[in-house]
Design a protein around this ligand. Sequence first.
Ligand code: ATP
Length: 458
Amino acid sequence: MINSFDKKGPGSKEYTNWLEETIDSINDGILVIDSQGTVQFVNTEYTKITGVQPEAILGKPLKEVRKGAILPEALKDGKRRAGIYRREGQIEYVIDTAPVRKHGKIVGAVSVCKSLNEVHFLTKELKNSKERLARLENTVGHMYQTKYTFDDIIGKDGGLKETVELAKKAAHSNLNILIQGESGTGKELFAHAIHSEGPRAKFPFIPVNCAAIPAELLESELFGYEEGSFTSSKKGGKVGLFELSNYGTLFLDEIGDLPFELQAKLLRVLQEGRIRKVGGLQEREIDVQVITATNKDLGKLVDKKRFREDLYYRLNGVPIMITPLRERRRDITSFINFLVKQQTTTQQQIQITEDAFQILSQYDWPGNTRELYNAIHYALSMTEAEYIEPQHLPEIICRHGSISNIYSHQSLKEIIKNTEREVIRQTLKTCGETLEGKKLAAQHLGISLATLYNKMDQ
Ligand SMILES: Nc1ncnc2c1ncn2[C@@H]1O[C@H](COP(=O)(O)OP(=O)(O)OP(=O)(O)O)[C@@H](O)[C@H]1O
């Protein structure tokens, strides 16, 4: 050991003081006895752990002041002992003991004690961290899983059946897939179904909406960045979505909105199968199936030079076109049946009247299936009876179906009878179904009670 006491050397007062201070600053409790078993030294941590003050113990035989002390055994048998458990009130600790030898002769013994409170604390922390990690893994696992399979796709009209068949084949290929169709036609649903059908199903499915991420962030989101590559960059850098979806599927929604500068970078990644983080030098191989979707006409964007032609062909490995709902009207019945069944209980048998159905099947559905779903959910919450009628549908859809369209299949007699029945039903709903309510309803309608009963029976 090299220190400033070398001149005075071990044995000097300064040296002893320095040694005591050193031992005192150790994080474990230390107690030393001499060859007679008398306590010669305790450090501050020993008092902290055991609660025993130095004046209560120093210069006294350890066996007398600490009943059951094991340290004097080391004087007799010269053995080391480790991990002896002790408890002092709330404080738990473990002791290691060892004899102190000089020229082979036992001249004393030392014990080192460690508080278990810290160990307990750290164990608890570790347990919490493990639980947090498990929760995170669970959440992240769910985040990266698909929600739908091909079984969730409803309908087969207007070529949808063939589209599903094509998508199933594409799922087993390694080709990039481009899904085109109007908003709400089910492009994202198809992307989920393709991923869950194919061999990549057990790996991540990562959806990215290219229109929702600011252009200046998109590149680092997709490819990641190295630490310090820009002022607000995170410590340790960031893993990009391409890398996160390795062996799985990256779903780039609204690909028509991908900034032109990024299109060249995406093309490079798709051609080379390698990515390089923003601000990085190293390249990393990736194995990702890329599914893209757009409700824009990508071909037209190419013509207008707003989308790179070479990228368009790269992405369009398997082109999937989803027909708009107005061109597969027969599917509307399947959607309605599915939604009504899904939303109602077995006791509550809600049906859709012919008039309401006519309106739904003649409407153009610019928002496609999404709009139809919303309309049916709206109607189900508007009706209190067991059938959905035109007045329960969203106003915009009702307004669209003209009178002649709505009633085109009915005779005038039927229209009058149905309208009368509906007016009576609404009036009774307001006045009540009791005798008094019926009298009031008849009065409101300007008919006798007998006529009201008569019409109610029809
Ligand atoms: N054929 C279908 N069968 C069952 N549900 C469907 C079908 N098509 C669409 N849907 C449902 O309609 C809603 C809209 O679908 P989705 O989000 O996949 O459409 P999108 O084409 O991706 O729309 P956008 O272009 O606006 O992003 C979703 O709730 C989806 O589950």
